[in-house]
Design a protein around this ligand. Structure first.
Ligand SMILES: [Zn+2]
Length: 455
């Protein structure tokens, strides 16, 4: 980061703004303490609290958020001062780098990284204006939970998680989390309580201060929304609310009478024709994910401390679901493959024909990984004690030759021992490849897996 810490208010009215203007405008320059200037460019967005501008500093593009004077409070300033001193928990957070102020304009703002154009609002998916794959959607959910795992591990609380605060790359599930200027130390009172319908029921009905447990509720709502294109509490009861601005009714729906649309013991809020997406997508995803949502929105509604799904559990099960993805050989739709016919769900959700993967691994701990032509294995696959879910460097890679035969290549420095179908033992070192159609078992060192094929 090339930006200097601290700020230096301008001493001369060199921007030709009226003294005490309400906000900065395009064309003004903010002088930093090293003498260099931030050039404010065009406005790129505005919300309830502030306006966001493009900005240029030292030849690089940034963004500057400037608060309306009503929101440029002492509290907000304290929050920012704390955040600029801390490192972001991950590069997925668009973090405040430096507080800015100038003499001619009321209040203050801050500078942050500019989000690349490849990141799009999640609303584009909810409104079906982009068409990401199921793998991308699950990767998006995984990246969000990973980021919140790191945020909460740092003792911080986001307070205002909603679909509006997350941008995603529809081609691969990379994410950026924006509006990080509401993040506070867990337990402290921040500037916001959250966004309607994403707030935990205890905030809506009892006015509880946002905390890690309320973040976890909002996280489950976001994941549900991304996977099922529907809010988890919006079924028949939401259809019956005539005036969608009736605060009393909304407080019941999202607070005191919150009821999951797939609550197994109370069907009175089940999805109706206005909420068909939920019915369609609910059938596609694995039972172990549906069970997590059922827990999150039954016990988790009433018992914030014990009932909510932790980021660690979400990470584990989202990664597990990604490992089961394969394509239907007939219609090419993505499906979850259950080789041992758990749930009796080996038929394509779209064309109803049987789905069979070419190869799959069943690890010693019963984890299953379908081997598609582009599958990678990572540290958490090959070491049962690894919970870091580091997807940056694959330890094994599926590759195919010109005939379409699939091989598993060892990208790791540790040696594998394989048992072939005719019971010969072979060692595979780094760079070595094994032909999946010839191998019965692979010992990876810390774990082993049996290799299965449809033949
Ligand atoms: Zn199909």
């Amino acid at each position: 980061m090339t930006l200097p810490k601290g700020y230096k208010p301008n001493t001369k009215n060199q921007n030709n703004l009226p003294l005490s203007a309400e906000k900065i405008t395009e064309g003004i320059k903010i002088k930093m303490e090293n003498g260099k200037e931030i050039n404010i460019k065009e406005e790129i967005g505005s919300g309830l609290q502030a306006t966001v501008f493009a900005a240029e500093y030292d030849g690089r593009l940034y963004a500057v958020k400037w608060y309306y004077s009503k929101f440029a409070t002492k509290k907000q300033r304290q929050i920012l001062e704390h955040l600029v001193c801390k490192k972001p928990p991950s590069s997925n957070f668009v973090w405040p780098i430096n507080i800015l102020e100038i003499d001619e304009v009321k209040g203050f703002g801050f500078i942050m990284e500019r989000v690349e154009n490849r990141f799009k609002p999640l609303s584009l998916w909810i409104n079906r204006l982009v068409n990401p794959s199921i793998r991308t959607l699950l990767t998006t959910c995984f990246n969000i939970t990973r980021s919140f795992y790191l945020l909460h591990s740092n003792g911080l609380c986001y307070c205002d998680l909603s679909l509006n605060n997350i941008l995603f790359d529809p081609s691969n599930g990379d994410i950026r989390i924006i509006d990080t200027d509401n993040i506070v130390i867990n337990g402290q009172q921040g500037s916001v309580s959250g966004t309607d319908s994403f707030m935990a029921p205890e905030i809506v009905s009892k006015g509880v201060i946002p905390n890690v447990y309320t973040d976890r509720y909002s996280l489950s709502v976001i994941i549900f929304f991304i996977m099922f294109v529907n809010h988890p509490l919006e079924g028949k009861k939401e259809s019956q609310v005539k005036n969608k601005r009736d605060e009393v009714e909304l407080k019941k729906l999202y607070g005191s009478e919150a009821l999951f649309i797939f609550d197994p013991d109370d069907r009175s809020n089940e999805p109706d024709t206005r909420h068909e997406n939920a019915l369609i997508y609910w059938k596609i995803y694995p039972k172990f994910l549906r069970d997590l949502f059922t827990s999150a929105f039954t016990k988790g509604i009433h018992d914030p401390m014990n009932g909510r799904i932790t980021e660690g559990v979400w990470q584990r099960d989202l990664a597990r679901a990604i490992d089961l993805l394969t394509c239907c050989g007939i219609c090419k739709c993505e499906n979850f493959y259950y080789p041992n016919k758990i749930q009796n769900k080996s038929r394509c959700w779209n064309c109803k024909r049987p789905v069979v993967a070419t190869f799959w691994l069943i690890f010693a701990d019963n984890n299953i990984v379908v081997l598609n032509h582009n599958t990678n294995l990572y540290p958490h696959h090959l070491d049962p004690n690894n919970r870091e879910f580091d997807f940056s460097i694959p330890l094994a890679k599926v590759i195919s030759d010109f005939r379409g035969s699939l091989f598993l290549e060892n990208k790791d420095s540790s040696k594998w021992t394989t048992t072939t179908k005719d019971l010969k033992m072979e060692n595979i070192g780094k760079g070595g490849r094994l032909n999946l159609s010839n191998v019965r078992k692979i010992s990876f060192g810390r774990t082993s897996a049996l290799v299965y094929s449809r033949h």
